[in-house]
Design a protein around this ligand. Structure first.
Ligand code: URA
Length: 184
C-alpha cells in the first residue's frame, strides 16, 4: 500500500500485473475529490475513458452526470474510480484474474479517500467489492454496512442506456445516497 497519491498513480502507470496493460492508451486512475465522503466505483474504462484517461466520460458517464444534476451531486466533490484501471478489449467485463490483479489499487484508493459512502455501479463492482454471493437485481437500492462504510449498490449507468426503466431506480438510489449524506 502507498501512503501518497503520487506513488500509487505512478505504480499503476507502470503496471503490467495483468494482460490489459498491453492494449491501454492510458490508465484510468480516478478523478474527483480525494477527501470525498462519497465514492463511486464502476467497472472499467471504455474507449473514451481509455483515450482521455478519465473515468465515465463517454455515453454512460454523460448519463451519470445528468443523474448527478437531478439529485444535486457535484461531480467535483465525489471521487470516481473503477475496478480495473485499463480498458478491457471490446468493452467486455474484466475477467477474474484482471480484477484480482487490480483490486489492491482500488483498496489503496479507498484507504486514502476514506469515504463514508461507496456507490457500487453494477454487478462487476458489487461482486468484486462485497462478494460473489451478492446479486445486483436484489441488492440495488439497499444499504449494506461493512467496516464503517455504507455501500449502496445500484445499476451501472450503461444499463440505463439499454433499459430506460432503470433510470428511475438509479435516481431513487442516488437520492437515498444524498439523504444519507445530508444527515452526516
Ligand atoms: N464504465 C465504467 O464502468 N467505468 C468507466 O469509467 C466508464 C464506463
Amino acid at each position: 500500500m502507498f501512503d501518497t497519491w503520487e506513488e500509487l498513480e505512478e505504480s499503476i502507470k507502470n503496471c503490467n500485473r495483468c494482460k490489459l496493460y498491453k492494449g491501454r492508451n492510458n490508465i484510468v486512475f480516478g478523478t474527483g475529490n480525494k477527501n470525498a465522503d462519497i465514492m463511486f466505483i464502476g467497472e472499467g474504462p471504455g474507449a473514451d475513458e481509455d483515450m482521455q484517461g478519465q473515468p465515465f466520460v463517454g455515453k454512460a458517464g454523460k448519463l451519470m452526470n445528468m443523474a448527478f444534476e437531478i439529485v444535486g451531486i457535484n461531480r467535483q466533490e465525489v471521487y470516481i474510480a473503477n475496478i480495473v484501471k485499463c480498458r478491457p478489449p471490446s468493452n467486455r467485463n474484466p475477467e477474474e484474474d484482471e480484477a484480482q490483479a487490480c483490486l489492491n489499487y482500488l483498496r489503496n484508493q479507498v484507504m486514502l479517500v476514506k469515504p463514508k459512502i461507496i456507490v457500487l455501479l453494477g454487478s462487476v463492482s458489487l461482486k468484486n467489492i462485497l462478494g460473489k454471493e451478492y446479486n445486483i437485481t436484489s441488492s440495488r437500492g439497499k444499504w449494506i454496512e461493512k467496516k464503517d462504510i455504507l455501500y449502496m449498490p445500484t445499476w451501472h449507468p450503461a444499463a440505463l442506456l439499454r433499459d430506460e426503466t432503470k433510470k428511475i431506480d438509479f435516481i431513487k438510489d442516488l437520492k437515498l445516497v444524498m439523504e444519507k449524506y445530508n444527515q452526516f
